[in-house]
Every structure is written in structure tokens, then in C-alpha cells.
Design a protein around this ligand. Sequence first.
Ligand code: HPA
Length: 273
Amino acid sequence: MSQLETIRTAADYLRARLPEAPEFALVLGSGLGGLADRIENPVYIPYGEVPGFPLSTAPGHAGQFVAGRLAGRAVLCMQGRFHYYEGHDMAAIALPVRVIKALGCRALILTNAAGGVNYDFSVGDFMLITDHINFMGANPLRGANEEEIGPRFCDMSRVYDADLQKTARTVATEKDLTLREGVYLGYMGPSYETPAEIRAFRTLGADAVGMSTVPEAIAASHCGLPVLALSLITNMAAGMTGKRLSGEEVIEIANRRGPVFQDLVEGIVAALA
Ligand code: HPA
């Protein structure tokens, strides 16, 4: 099957099961999964039921679409995402984004848990991603290009939509939440970085580091889907404190700050033009 056929088959399947056409799509990272519980009249579609979709295996990630109304808006949420470190190829990570575009969504909100690289940040902070560095050593656009999806050489100068960023800033201010801003560096994982890597990444201009989001943002840019991306800083990156890093700590902080992060994202959805 061509990429285009795979996208259309998955989109047709979802369209038949969705209560209405979604206006916005969200990828719920660690700590944000609970946002799906705020959806009115939710319809759950496990990824495994969607033709062409792989299964998600990462801990803390449920692996299903949740569709319905959030803050009065028709949304399609991904509760759990596909990570490169799980062994999925980049095409599998790009597929849901392309399906979201095919379903007619007007914007994609990407969220994640990330390590703070910028010394001004603290654990529990929220960061608006203003740009990224792809340090994953792979690109979802590698291989044959289908012009109907997007161009062979895709501009990456404005991945993170200026209007969406403005909305996020306004909502954070209204909610009296500090919204940090910065560059997210995508790292392949699944090992965390070494202190030397974190020092190098800071020199390169990174403010936060994580193992997701970049492939999805590239795929979204390629197919012309505006992106807003937000990080929850669950830990300071390797070597920045005396502490060692653990996945449990990341999940604990994600769960603790999750409800406030969810308030912010729900507020943004409510305020979207
Ligand atoms: N590094 C990479 N990914 C992460 C981190 C980190 O420190 N924290 C949460 N996700």
C-alpha cells in the first residue's frame, strides 16, 4: 500500500467511528493523559483497531484515540503516542499526524514531558516550544516523497505557529501560570543523556530535552498542519543536580503537575480561534 492509501484507509476508518469531524487534535504526553477524562461523551478507539497503526508500548501511555468535546470544541486526542525508542520506524510515528490532517483538523497540539536543560528552569515548569533541534538521527520524511502529502524539501522555518503561541501565552497569563519558552531538543533515547551530552546540548541552544515531539512536528509541517507544542519539565537534565534520573521520577512529577498542565491546555483549546 502506498503511504497515501495507508493514510486514507486509517482516516476513513476513524471518520466512520468518530462522533463528529474533529477541529483540533492533541497528543497527550506524560502527565497529560488525564485530559482525556475531561472530554464530554468520549469515544475510545484503541490504536490497535485502526488499520495500519502499530501498538504503543511505553509505560504511562494508554495507546488510544479519545474523541469528543473538550471545552466545547470537537477534539481528537491521542492518549499515548509512538516513540522512536520503542522501535517504531519514523513512518509509523508520522502516520497519526498525517491521518489527523486527512481528517480535517486545523491544528495539532503536541505535549510532552521533558528534562530542563536551561538553568533558569525548575522542575514542574511549563515550556512553550518555540523551535526544535532534531538530534534523533532520523527524519520521518526520509524515503520516497508523496507530493500529495507535502513537498520533498520541507521548509522548517515556522514549525511552531505564531498565532497558536500567542494564544498559549495569553491563556497562561490569564491563568496566572508561568510559561517558559525555549528550544526542545529531540533525543533518540531510551537511555537518558549523559552530563556531557547535556552540556553540549545547552551550548547548541537547547532549553529542554526529550524523546518525542520532533518527528510529529516535522510530519505536521510537511503536511501543512499548524503546530503548538508544550513541555512539562519533569526533571533537570543529567548532571545538573546531584541526583540521578529515573523514569519513575518523571512519571511522578508528570502526575503531580498533570492537573495544572491539563488546565492550561484545556484553556488553550477553549481560546483557539
Ligand atoms: N531526557 C530525555 N527525555 C526526558 C527527560 C530527560 O531528562 N525527562 C523527561 N523526558
